[in-house]
Write a protein that binds this ligand. Structure first.
Ligand SMILES: C[S@@+](CC[C@H](N)C(=O)[O-])C[C@H]1O[C@@H](n2cnc3c(N)ncnc32)[C@H](O)[C@@H]1O
Length: 215
């Protein structure tokens, strides 16, 4: 998702109380950014406008959530929604940066669960490393996830899904569950929260794929 560059978006993100800047001081201290520092942190990488992670944070006040989005013009939409909430979500914060920086600012064990939803497919072979489920990114996640941490990935892009299954197979990650038709899989659908892209693509009749993996 790449919205038109919105004037003022960078400043809005910089000044937002909902955003955490990636600065060296946060390494080892990410928990203290939340009112309840003892709660586990779950993270969505490539959160877009934030519908999914805001609903998760609403349903699970005892979990802290971090939404990561590379573009300030996209994240701005989530900040606007946060401003309009009747009940604030103290357990949700955002980071506006590239996921490839995660190992520089987070420690092993900081994150208990990672969500990747409808990640950009980067269809050209020479761009495979940029896919958020590439072995390079899986290695980044290994540097920040807890020992029993998991990754949940959803997409309607079957080529990207097959690539992701192959990357898991080729690395030390273990496939816990997978489906090529989430919306007709009652056990994997339990508690499912639709993302913006999931609503859009499933309404067009595209089956949604999902996998869960861990180390
Ligand atoms: C296709 S959108 C999906 C948005 C949302 N997750 C959903 O399912 O509706 C993918 C989002 O991931 C973001 N993204 C892609 N690569 C990223 C990266 N390396 N780090 C952070 N965000 C990234 C894009 O800017 C875009 O907003």
């Amino acid at each position: 998702m790449r919205l038109r560059n919105i004037p003022g978006a960078d400043e809005a993100v910089e000044n937002s109380p909902f955003c955490i800047p990636l600065v060296p001081e946060i390494k080892g201290n990410i928990r203290t950014q939340f009112p309840n520092p003892d709660a586990p942190i779950h993270m969505e990488i490539g959160m877009g406008k934030g519908q999914f992670i805001m609903e998760l944070a609403k349903r699970n006040p005892n979990i802290n959530y971090l939404g990561m989005e590379r573009y300030s013009s996209v994240l701005l939409r989530a900040l606007q929604k946060m401003d309009q909430l009747e009940s604030p979500l103290p357990n949700l914060k955002f980071i506006c940066d590239d996921a490839k920086l995660l190992p520089d600012f987070f420690q092993k064990g900081d994150i208990a669960k990672i969500y990747l939803n409808f990640s950009d497919p980067w269809p050209k072979d020479r761009h495979a490393k940029r896919r958020l489920t590439s072995r390079q990114f899986l290695d980044c996640y290994d540097h920040i996830l807890a020992d029993d941490g998991t990754i949940e990935f959803k997409t309607d892009n079957v080529d990207l899904f097959r690539f992701s299954l192959e990357e898991i197979e080729a690395t030390k990650w273990i496939l816990a569950a997978s489906t090529f038709d989430l919306h007709h899989d009652s056990s994997m659908m339990e508690g499912n929260i639709m993302t913006e892209y999931e609503e859009k693509f499933s309404s067009l009749g595209n089956p949604i794929c999902k996998l869960i993996t861990y180390r």
